[in-house]
Design a protein around this ligand. Structure first.
Ligand code: TRP
Length: 411
């Protein structure tokens, strides 16, 4: 089950990717190429594994449910030790899911929801516990735009959006790292003990003038990967952990896994997603500095419509004639790409791919379809979020056992 020393070293050495026009790390995602990121190259460079058809079949067989369209379409495309996690599940030992978010005061956009939508699907499909870290400390150290207290407040607000994704309060534990860290400090110490400053510098690009919090924090993101960080859920059991995450977070978990090896505990499993690009095109990002770059969870139907109509980059022909002759360039087309993320109906998506690609369908029609799909998702999210009270947030954050651990026999 454990990797050989050689593989171990390989994993340690690969800290940065060497792909031109592409920077990916927890603090920076920059794609200067205008096209979809070459995720195959990224897998190679990071040393992770592609999710293959056999994984999908195995997940489907174990959960007795069709796999999520994020898996079917390769949006969650890469992993580390997924099979080991599934082995543990199959053997009746169960596993748990761990994910997180660095809270911010800016409104969240649709891209932020992806790891949570996916984690919620996994929680339902496997019926396993979920722990969610709100890393207010991380944002305080790295962004330093406001006080720690303010980042804590953002954490509670962001928790409402996360809860609105539909997590079951009896099966989910949400925590702010600045409040919960004491309970997992024994594991934080073990990580801090096992990692040198020069390793950290290699992975995260830190230097002498960075505040000490940036050096100390990676252990705080690593510690929730060990079940002994949650005694109120797992008691003394050693339970495997699977971390759904954007691939930019992988450096944290590469580091985590190296230390797991040293501590002789099972390595944390990872499952990585691609990025949702900004509306302006593949090389662009979503952010509050340019509100037209993204669909936010607070947008009204009118705003959604306008943004997509006016700002979503089209790969269609310049003129109707050209479009009908050449078809749309789907490798740069944002509306089509967004439909891959948000339109669940495989048959309809395929129809659009073919018809739009041939130039039979026009950009305006594709956009219209995207507007319908996104408006529904966002309005429903807003309705659920409006029902989340402060008391509910407190409930999710209470230290308590979760109803689906230990796992029931014969699952
Ligand atoms: N570092 C993540 C961010 O900046 C937040 C985070 C904390 C996280 N723990 C995590 C993300 C575990 C994925 C998995 O948003």
């Amino acid at each position: 089950m454990q990797q050989s020393e050689q593989e171990q070293q390989k994993e340690q050495k690969i800290t940065q990717n060497e792909i031109p026009d592409l920077i990916i790390n927890p603090y920076e995602v920059v794609n200067n190429s205008k096209k979809q990121i070459d995720y195959d190259k990224l897998i190679q460079s990071f040393g992770c594994q592609r999710i293959e058809q056999n994984h999908l079949e195995r997940i489907q067989a174990l959960t007795q449910k069709p796999v999520h369209h994020y898996l079917r379409r390769g949006i969650f495309f890469s992993h580390r030790d997924l099979n080991q996690v599934l082995d543990a599940y199959e053997a009746g030992k169960g596993f748990y899911l761990y994910t997180g978010r660095g809270p911010s005061g800016d409104s969240m956009h649709v891209g932020h929801l992806m790891p949570f939508i996916f984690t919620k699907y996994l929680q339902e499909a496997f019926d396993v516990p979920v722990v969610i870290e709100l890393s207010d400390d991380e944002k305080f150290f790295h962004k330093s735009e406001t006080t720690l207290e303010e980042y804590q407040r953002y954490g509670y607000e962001n928790a409402k959006d996360i809860i609105a994704c539909g997590f079951d309060v009896n099966k989910t534990f949400i925590f702010l790292s600045s409040k919960y860290a004491g309970h997992m400090y024994h594991n934080i110490c073990k990580f801090q003990h096992a990692i040198t400053y020069s390793q950290l510098r290699g992975i995260f690009g830190l230097n002498e003038s960075d505040n000490c919090g940036k050096v100390a924090y990676p252990a705080v993101q690593a510690a929730p990967s060990l079940s002994s960080s949650f005694r109120h859920i797992f008691g003394k059991d050693e339970v495997m952990c699977l971390v759904p995450q954007g691939i930019d977070q992988d450096p944290y978990f590469r580091m985590t896994r190296d230390v797991c090896y040293k501590l002789k505990v099972p390595k944390t499993g990872c499952i990585h997603s691609q990025f949702l690009p900004g509306l302006h095109g593949f090389g662009t990002k979503m952010g509050t500095t340019d509100p037209t770059s993204a669909i936010f969870l607070t947008d009204s139907p009118k705003e959604i419509e306008e943004k997509i109509k006016k700002h979503a980059l089209s790969g269609g022909g310049m003129t109707k004639k050209e479009h009908q002759e050449k078809g749309a360039d789907l490798t740069v087309d944002v509306p089509y790409h967004y439909l891959r993320f948000f339109l669940e109906d495989d048959a309809r998506l395929e129809e659009i791919r073919v018809q739009y690609g041939k130039g039979v369908m026009m950009t305006s029609e594709v956009k219209k379809e995207l507007i319908t799909v996104l408006t529904k998702i966002i309005t429903e999210h807003q309705q659920r979020r409006a029902l989340v009270t402060d008391e509910m947030v407190q409930k999710f954050m209470e230290l308590r056992p979760l109803s689906n651990y230990p796992p029931k026999k014969n699952n």
